[in-house]
Design a protein around this ligand. Structure first.
Ligand SMILES: Cc1cc2nc3c(=O)[nH]c(=O)nc-3n(C[C@H](O)[C@H](O)[C@H](O)COP(=O)(O)OP(=O)(O)OC[C@H]3O[C@@H](n4cnc5c(N)ncnc54)[C@H](O)[C@@H]3O)c2cc1C
Length: 203
């Protein structure tokens, strides 16, 4: 079910077994796991169906460390979250985004990379990566260039100790911006509580 947060009473309490904050790719994917599960879920979103500058201003903040684009340019406050910024044109009227898993080396401790070294390895994430492939309907969990090489898709002859071929897989943006939110809005046990055109404080 979809609830317009602006129509809630002041201090109204919404009770549920699980509360998920934010209806971006992470929140909607998680909420979707509970569809028809018998577990009641509230998915709270600070934005609404469309971009709204008032809600979006909440993304403003100060960056420290590595310089990057301002937070309000890289974080969208609306249903679908920052996926609304995924605008790679896949076909005439379909936009999409790139998928690729982290590499083994991303988990390792490296002297030249401050704070590097994770307590888990890529192998620990592999079963979850494989599951996400199915959720996003982007085919087999295969990111080796050799697996996909055929006809016009070929691998480059690179020196193996210096570089290697890899691939991105592409999937449609609307999975997160339209399909998953619609499935959640249709459900009986998962509520998406969003703020269409304004800002609401969730405690
Ligand atoms: C231009 C651009 C292109 C990108 N392209 C790719 C790509 O091709 N492939 C890729 O893998 N990644 C890409 N990314 C990165 C990707 O968008 C993020 O990694 C992803 O959106 C993170 O998902 P998320 O659900 O964690 O957060 P978000 O997408 O940021 O969603 C968070 C949601 O939570 C809501 N929220 C935040 N705080 C609160 C609160 N207190 N109460 C209620 N709601 C709240 C926000 O309104 C928002 O809807 C791109 C990013 C940008 C900016």
């Amino acid at each position: 079910m979809k609830i317009d947060a602006r129509k809630l009473m002041h201090e109204q309490v919404i009770e549920s077994d699980v509360c998920i904050i934010g209806a971006g790719p992470a929140g909607t994917t998680l909420a979707r796991e509970f569809l028809d599960s018998g577990v009641s879920v509230s998915l709270l979103e600070s934005g609404g169906d469309k971009f709204d500058n008032k809600a979006h201003q909440l993304s403003k903040g100060t960056l420290s460390g590595e310089l990057y684009e301002p937070l309000e340019s890289t974080h969208l406050r609306q249903i679908g979250g920052t996926a609304n910024n995924w605008i790679l044109q896949m076909t005439d009227n379909q936009y999409g985004y790139r998928y690729t898993p982290l590499d083994e080396i991303d988990f390792e401790q490296r002297d030249e990379v401050p704070h590097s070294g994770w307590p888990i390895r890529k192998a620990d994430l592999d079963p979850y990566y494989a599951r996400v492939q199915a959720v996003c309907e982007i085919g087999p969990y295969q990111y080796s260039a050799e697996y996909w090489a055929k006809d016009e898709m070929f691998t480059l002859p690179l020196p193996p100790d210096k570089a290697y071929n890899s691939v991105f897989l592409f999937g449609p943006t609307k999975k997160f911006t339209k399909d998953f939110p619609a499935q959640i809005a249709d459900s009986q046990n998962v509520n998406i509580c969003a703020c269409n055109g304004g800002r609401v404080t969730f405690k």
